[in-house]
Design a protein around this ligand. Sequence first.
Ligand SMILES: *Cc1c(COP(=O)(O)O)cnc(C)c1O
Length: 394
Amino acid sequence: MWRIPLSNLNYDHREAEAVQQVLASGWLTMGPRIKEFEEEFAAYHRAETAVAVANCTCALELVYRFLFQMQDAKDRRAIIVPDITFVATASAVIAAGGEPVLCDVESADKPYLSLAAVEELLKSRNDIAGVVVVHYAGHDAGVEAMVELCGRYKIQVIEDCAHSPGAVTASGRPLGTIGLAGCFSFFSNKNISTGEGGMILPNTNGPSVDIGHSLGAWAKMARSHGTTGGGTWQRHIDGTAGYNVMFPAYNYRCTEITAALGIVQLEKLEEGNARRRELTQLYYQLLDPVDGVDVLMPDGGIEASACHILPVLIPDEQARRRVIDALAHAQIQMSHHYPAIHTFHAYSQQDESVFTALANASAFAARELTLPLHPKLTDAQVHEITGVIKSTVS
Ligand SMILES: *Cc1c(COP(=O)(O)O)cnc(C)c1O
C-alpha cells in the first residue's frame, strides 16, 4: 500500500536457505543454532555471554526480575523509565512485579533519559531499584554518565538496546555492555529481523563480573520454566530425563528458526548499519538547510550509532501537520516515536505535578516525526522524501 515503506526486511535467499535447513534437521526448538546465535551475538558485541529469549519485552522483564532479587535492591521495586520509549520498557517492569517511574527526557530536542531528573528522583525516593536507559534511534543515550551517577547511589542501570545492535559509545564501547545488562529486539522492523526474538547481554566486563555470570545462568533457567539441566536440547542429546525446577518461571524460549534467521541477519548487520548511516547523513545534508526541520543526530557521532530510525523534529505544529498530510498523499509511510507513555490510558496519572515534570517528553513527542529508513532505501527516495518536506514547510 505504501510506495515508500518506513522499514523493510533486508532478506534474500540466505534467510530462506537457513530456515530450510532447520526444517530438514527435524529439531525446531532451542538447539545448536540458538547456541551459535548467542555465541556470535555476544562476540560481535565483545561480550562473554548472551541469552536468547522470545522477544525484547521478555528480556527486559527477566533482567528487572533478576535486579529485584539482588542483594542491593531488596524491597526496592521502582524502576526509572524514560517517558519517551516503546511502552514495553515500562510494562515489563509491571510484569516483573515492579513499578515504573516515568521520568522526563533531556530536552524538547533530545529524547534520552534526563540525568538531572534521574538524580532528583534518586535523592527524593528510597524505593528505586534501577534505571533503564533507551538508546533511542540507535544513538547512545549517555549510558556511561548514567552508570557513573547511579553508581554513586548503588543503583543499577539497564540498557534497552532494541534500537541499537552494533552501536557503540563515542569512545567505542559496545552499547548493551555498560550497564547491568543490554536487552535487544529482533522484531520485524528492527536492525536484526527474525519476526520475533530477543537477547540479553549480561555484563561480565564491568565491576560486576560475578553478577553478570549469575544473571546469565539465572536467565537461562528463567526462560525455560526455571529448570536446570541446560534445556530441552541437552536432554535430547544426553538422553537424560532428569531436571529440577529451581523457581517458578514461564516459557520465554525462542525457536531454531529464529536463531537461523538471526545468524544470517547478524552477518548483514555491519553492512546494513553502514547503509543506514549513509542514508542518515544524506537526510541530514538535505534537511539541514530547511528552516523549521531538524534531524535528530547522535551526540557521539554518526559512526557510533546503529541509526535504527530517522526522527525529525518539526516544532511548528501546523507545519508538522502539513508534512504528515503531504507524505501520506505521496504514499510515503511515516511514524511517531513515540507518544509520551504518561499520555496512554493505562499510564495516565491524575497528579498534575507528574505532567509538569514530564514537560520535555511532551514537547519532544509533539514535534517528532519518523521518516523511512532501512538498508534497501535508495538515495533517490531520500531526495524525494526530503523534497516533499521542503516544499511543504517553506
Ligand atoms: C521494539 C522495542 C521493544 C520491544 O521489543 P519486542 O522484541 O517487540 O518485545 C522494547 N523497547 C524498545 C525501545 C523497542 O523499540
